[in-house]
Design a protein around this ligand. Structure first.
Ligand SMILES: C[S@@+](CC[C@H](N)C(=O)[O-])C[C@H]1O[C@@H](n2cnc3c(N)ncnc32)[C@H](O)[C@@H]1O
Length: 210
């Protein structure tokens, strides 16, 4: 199991690029912040919070969540961009979801960071935090491994078909594309997906959220 705090402590963080995800900026250009609803927006696995601040500076109320307390401490040290906050916590822990609700989730390299056996918990977790019409948006690694990450995952890759199959019990896919804007070395290896939570999301969702 990955010790994320240790990876931040030792600087073993090849994913850390010092700025927000280019596909998020592309999505914002293409669809505007409106695609995230009225807020608040959750960024699970936010790391140092670059995407959190990119949303906050556009007027979105946004919460960055990360398992690593050290990442959260470092995220909080950045200059405040707007209505952002950060919390240490586990996105897969149902207890964390109690009493919380968001209009959208922005995903960037959290899905690929978790054990693939827990992807059902991830999908159920996202569904449990969103009301009807809520948006699960994200950029997903199809073929992972940044330079320096040639070892077995994380990151763990996925396919569009796999994403559809995990999310379809709760969400309909609204749009998906291979982003033109990417960090160096990631072009063509990622996929942006927008999934809208359906009314009467399936019974499978209830079971999977536990
Ligand atoms: C590959 S890093 C990406 C960080 C950030 N999204 C970025 O691109 O800079 C994965 C992040 O997910 C966090 N993480 C892993 N599992 C998590 C979980 N179950 N809940 C919340 N955060 C998690 C890790 O601590 C780490 O910061």
């Amino acid at each position: 199991m990955t010790d994320w705090d240790e990876r931040y402590r030792t600087g073993d963080t090849p994913w850390e690029k010092g700025g927000s995800a280019p596909p998020l900026l592309e999505l914002l250009e293409r669809a505007g912040v409106e695609c995230f609803g009225a807020g608040p927006v959750l960024v699970p696995g936010c790391g140092l919070g670059h995407d959190v601040r990119a949303l906050a500076e556009r007027g979105v109320t946004v919460v960055g969540l990360d398992l690593s307390e050290l990442a959260i401490e470092r995220a909080r040290a950045f200059q405040v961009a707007g209505g952002e906050s950060y919390e240490p916590g586990d996105f897969l822990d149902p207890a964390w979801r109690v009493g919380r609700s968001f209009t959208a989730v922005w995903e960037h390299t959290c899905f690929c960071a978790i054990d693939p056996k827990r992807r059902g918990c991830y999908a159920a977790g996202a569904a449990g935090l969103l009301g009807e019409g809520g948006m699960l948006t994200g950029v997903f690694f199809l073929t992972p491994h940044d330079p320096g990450e040639e070892r077995p995952g994380p990151p763990f890759g996925t396919t569009v078909e796999e994403l559809d199959s995990w999310f379809s019990p709760w969400f309909e896919r609204v749009e998906g594309w291979v982003p033109q804007r990417a960090y160096p070395g990631r072009k063509g290896r990622e996929w942006v997906g927008l999934f809208r939570k359906r009314a009467q999301a399936g019974v499978a969702g209830m079971a999977g959220s536990r």
